[in-house]
Design a protein around this ligand. Structure first.
Ligand code: HEC
Length: 123
């Protein structure tokens, strides 16, 4: 009896999680600040590996160029390209794709959000 009650209480919580599956870090919101993202891309030197339109000095050829990134269907061929998933990828690429050559760069969640916001302006 008690157990059934507990299950009833937990049910709405579980479905709330389910609905939030794609929102990454919900408390942050996903608006982001693309201008700050652009600066952070320089600061973290993403351009040593990637060519990234609109970012000074970002002409790397180690990794895929990020032209028109918002039009891409998948991130690293693994995740559907949504802002939340992009944030997740940027925070910890090897957690998404073990063995990937993109390292964990130690971004903070708000930094990853803003970088994702910049990348989604590339259309
Ligand atoms: C040491 C090189 C390196 C650095 C530095 C690096 N990346 Fe990457 N990145 C990669 C590689 C390699 C891939 C391809 C990963 C894969 O498909 O497994 C990748 C993939 C990506 C993708 C997905 C591309 C696609 O075609 O789906 C994005 C977006 C991305 N990186 C953004 C960034 C950003 C933003 C930064 C800086 C915060 C950064 N990367 C720094 C190597 C790097």
């Amino acid at each position: 009896m008690k157990r059934a009650l507990l299950a009833l209480l937990l049910l709405p919580l579980l479905s709330a999680c389910e609905g939030g599956r794609d929102t990454g870090t919900p408390t942050l919101g996903l608006q982001g600040n693309p201008a700050r993202g652009q600066r952070l891309i320089r600061q973290y030197n993403c351009g040593s590996c990637h060519t990234i339109p609109g970012v000074y000095g970002a002409h790397g050829e180690v990794a895929p160029p990020l032209y028109w990134f918002s039009r891409r269907s998948f991130i690293a061929g693994e995740l559907p390209n949504t802002p939340a998933n992009l944030q997740r990828w940027l925070l910890d690429p090897p957690a998404v794709e073990p063995g990937t050559a993109m390292p964990r760069l130690g971004l903070k969640p708000d930094e990853a959000r803003d970088i994702a916001a910049y990348l989604s302006t590339l259309r």
